[in-house]
Design a protein around this ligand. Structure first.
Ligand code: FAD
Length: 367
């Protein structure tokens, strides 16, 4: 008999499994995919670690989490500095003095501030939709070239038809700084993410290609408690209806070119190009391999047969989630965690924090 059956080998499940095993508990991890690691999984090909489920850049402001992760990998000095390509014009992201200088051929923060303030004034009343909201925050030029097409592709709807709440604020920097994040700790694990999961799960039993929902009774009987990190609505057979997600389709290509785009991430911000981003994986680790591997990211409408990536935390879905949460409370010896179990857009550092807090409570850990 196992102490815990852990459904899902992503960050939440793997961290709990590691902490529980360390406390002498016996864990069985079941994973429906043919590999461990959830969406963080990286696959090596030609010496290049491919982020198979999209660019994963680790960052945190929490030193404890940064230190915790050092047990499982060494981070390199990668700093996320993506580029935007709008009809062949290249701009730095996030919006900063490099972006403004290229857009308006100016040099000083004062010049940039004056242009943005002038353009923001176009929206004189309370913004009614995402388009008006974006213009009121950064002005029309940036909106038209760098926000409009990209957002429309991402959500499959025109910005005028999207709620303004999607964009509450747009970070604008009046300094020459292309670092996308503000966190003091940032990097990519040298050698990829999969090694982290191999270490986290090394003392547990792991069954791949095993969907808990297809063999629920048999698997449940193997353990005293269940930690479920799949979608919470699937656990309850979509009793109240399905929670909605945005999904993505990744098209991976191997190219006979050593350096395709000169940076890890390029956002394609015009509507006419159907993908939103191209990732060139070797640049996450400063690779010098012969040839390269790129992935094009296409936004996709979600249905139950494809991977759920981004929870849509609007009012309707949030209310539905709360109904499932009520059912979850009454489910004895079953706990729901992680991005799908808690229906939250968690970044890696958030899910690590949540898994460690849960472990502490569940395993009565002092620290
Ligand atoms: P998951 O990684 O989704 O793991 C859940 C696991 O459970 C999966 O392996 C799944 O196959 C398995 N499972 C589900 N149902 C069942 C079942 N019925 N039976 C058996 N197994 C099941 N975070 C960052 O910090 N930085 C980034 O740059 C970043 N980029 C991202 C880009 C994309 C495109 C996406 C989608 C996410 C990104 N994230 C990023 C977020 C990051 O992927 C998550 O925070 C993290 O993977 C969440 O871990 P998890 O364990 O909650 O979920």
């Amino acid at each position: 008999m196992y102490d815990y059956l852990i459904v899902g080998s992503g960050l939440f499940g793997a961290i709990f499994a590691y902490e529980a095993t360390k406390k002498g508990k016996k864990c069985l991890v079941v994973e429906k995919r043919n590999h461990i690691g959830g969406n963080c999984y990286t696959k090596q090909e030609n010496g290049i670690n491919i982020h198979l489920y999209g660019a994963h850049i680790f960052r945190t402001s929490d030193k404890e989490i940064w230190d915790y992760m050092q047990q499982f990998c060494t981070f390199n000095h990668f700093i996320n500095s993506p580029i935007a390509n709008y009809k062949g014009e290249i701009y730095n992201l996030p919006f900063n003095m490099n972006t403004f200088s290229k857009m308006w051929n100016i040099k000083t923060p004062k010049e940039a501030q004056e242009i943005i303030n002038r353009q923001k004034n176009e929206i004189a009343t309370e913004p009614k939709n995402l388009e008006e909201q974006a213009i009121s925050l950064v002005g029309r030029d940036i909106y038209e070239k760098l926000i409009k097409g990209y957002t429309q592709k991402q959500w499959g709807r025109e910005c005028k038809e999207l709620p303004k709440s999607i964009i509450r604020r747009i970070p604008v920097r009046f300094i020459y700084d292309n670092n996308y994040f503000n966190d003091p700790y940032q990097g990519i694990p040298i050698g990829g993410y999969t090694q982290i999961f191999e270490k986290l799960l090394k003392d547990c039993d792991v069954l791949l290609n095993t969907d808990f929902l297809q063999d629920r009774d048999n698997l449940s009987a193997k353990a005293k408690k269940i930690i479920f990190t799949g979608t919470i609505d699937s656990y309850f057979d979509y009793k109240f209806g399905a929670l909605e997600y945005r999904s993505l389709d990744f098209k991976h290509e191997t190219l006979d070119i050593d350096n395709y785009q000169g940076v890890a991430v390029v956002n394609y911000t015009e509507y006419e190009i159907p993908y939103t981003r191209i990732i060139e994986h070797k640049h996450f680790e400063f690779g010098n391999q012969k040839g390269t591997i790129i992935s094009k990211e296409y936004p996709a409408n979600w249905n139950k047969d494809i991977e759920p990536y981004y929870p849509i935390n609007d009012e309707k879905n949030q209310n539905l989630y709360e109904k499932y949460q009520e059912l979850a409370k009454n489910e004895s010896n079953v706990y729901f965690g992680g991005r799908l179990g808690e229906y939250r857009y968690y970044d890696m550092q958030d899910v690590i924090k949540s898994a460690l807090e849960f472990s502490k409570k569940e395993l009565n850990l002092k620290k």
